[in-house]
Design a protein around this ligand. Structure first.
Ligand SMILES: NC(=O)c1ccc[n+]([C@@H]2O[C@H](COP(=O)([O-])OP(=O)(O)OC[C@H]3O[C@@H](n4cnc5c(N)ncnc54)[C@H](O)[C@@H]3O)[C@@H](O)[C@H]2O)c1
Length: 276
């Protein structure tokens, strides 16, 4: 059910690769809520994914670009304003990638060139986006910028590797830039810390299937799906959350506040029975 919460709003959505992507669901929901937006991703993603289908469905233009490249980022921002006919009201940064994870290198044997790439793609790209958007005065007053994070920024999760460091940096950028952008332009900057979700990036995390089962059993409300995340993004892009900024907002069914649940205990004990 749509509420028209984003009627007349303009935005930029980074990171929709295929229909599993969180950004894909956000694009569908923001479209339903009345927003216009541009879609952007890298050349490789455009070749391997199915972004054209989403663009057609939502009547959006695709602007190709690598979020780590300053020229590309500037072009995405300027072209978006041109295509949409003015400043934007919201931006979704839904970008993450670790070459170390891709190559299966463990945290105590990282390749440092890859590590820098992880940080650049998954965190610095967000700073680049904010800095260039501010330079070009590309976001309207009371606009809203959201990036996606994960609880591994606060707590150690086996296998999340250098992405944990990237998410910590991302959340720190949200606070540091959120202050500047809020003070000068009344623009909100937040991260949503999402439940593990079966997407292309998600399936790169070691043992993702088991992790999803574990967090489902641990969370009183169960895992948040990509669709749930899209609903939450709509509220953050809407005028109903104008005083929320510089926050890391957990969207995980309660997982981040849990230590042990009955369901998890039951499953844990069963595994001991099997060992006997
Ligand atoms: N899936 C999960 O379990 C989960 C949980 C919490 C947070 N997140 C975060 O959600 C975001 C979206 O991931 P997803 O799960 O939808 O997976 P996804 O694979 O669908 O999306 C990741 C996107 O990042 C894009 N990307 C990679 N390098 C890029 C670059 N240099 N420039 C521009 N784009 C680039 C990819 O093309 C892809 O579209 C990521 O930040 C991810 O870390 C995911």
């Amino acid at each position: 059910m749509a509420y028209g919460l984003l009627k007349g709003k303009r935005g930029i959505i980074f990171g929709a690769l295929n229909e599993l992507s969180i950004a894909w669901k956000v694009a569908e929901k923001t479209h339903e809520e009345g927003a216009k937006f541009t879609l952007t991703n890298t050349r490789v993603a455009l070749r391997l994914g199915s972004l054209n289908e989403l663009a057609e469905k939502t009547g959006s233009k695709i602007i190709e670009g690598d979020a780590t490249n300053l020229k590309d980022m500037e072009n995405i921002i300027l072209r978006s304003m041109e295509v949409l006919g003015g400043k934007v009201d919201f931006i979704l940064h839904s970008i993450g990638m670790s070459p170390n994870v891709r190559k299966g290198l463990p945290y105590d044997n990282l390749n440092y060139d890859y590590f820098l790439k992880t940080l650049d793609i998954s965190a610095l790209s967000f700073h680049k986006l904010l800095q260039l958007a501010r330079k070009h005065d590309a976001i309207s007053e009371w606009g809203s910028v959201v990036a996606l994070s994960y609880v591994a920024a606060q707590r150690t999760l086996a296998g999340y590797n250098d992405m944990a460091d990237a998410k910590s940096l991302l959340e720190s950028i949200v606070r540091s830039f959120g202050y500047i952008y809020g003070r000068d332009k009344k623009i909100r900057v937040n991260t949503i810390s999402q439940s593990p979700t079966m997407t292309t990036a998600g399936s790169g995390v070691k043992g993702i299937g088991t992790l999803i089962d574990f967090t489902e059993r641990m969370s009183p409300l169960g895992n948040a799906t990509a669709e749930d995340c899209a609903d939450y993004c709509v509220t953050l892009f809407s005028d109903l959350t104008r005083k929320v900024t510089m926050q890391n907002l957990f969207h995980d069914g309660g997982f981040s506040s849990m230590a042990m649940s009955m369901k998890a205990i039951e499953q844990y004990s069963k595994s001991f029975d099997e060992c006997d």
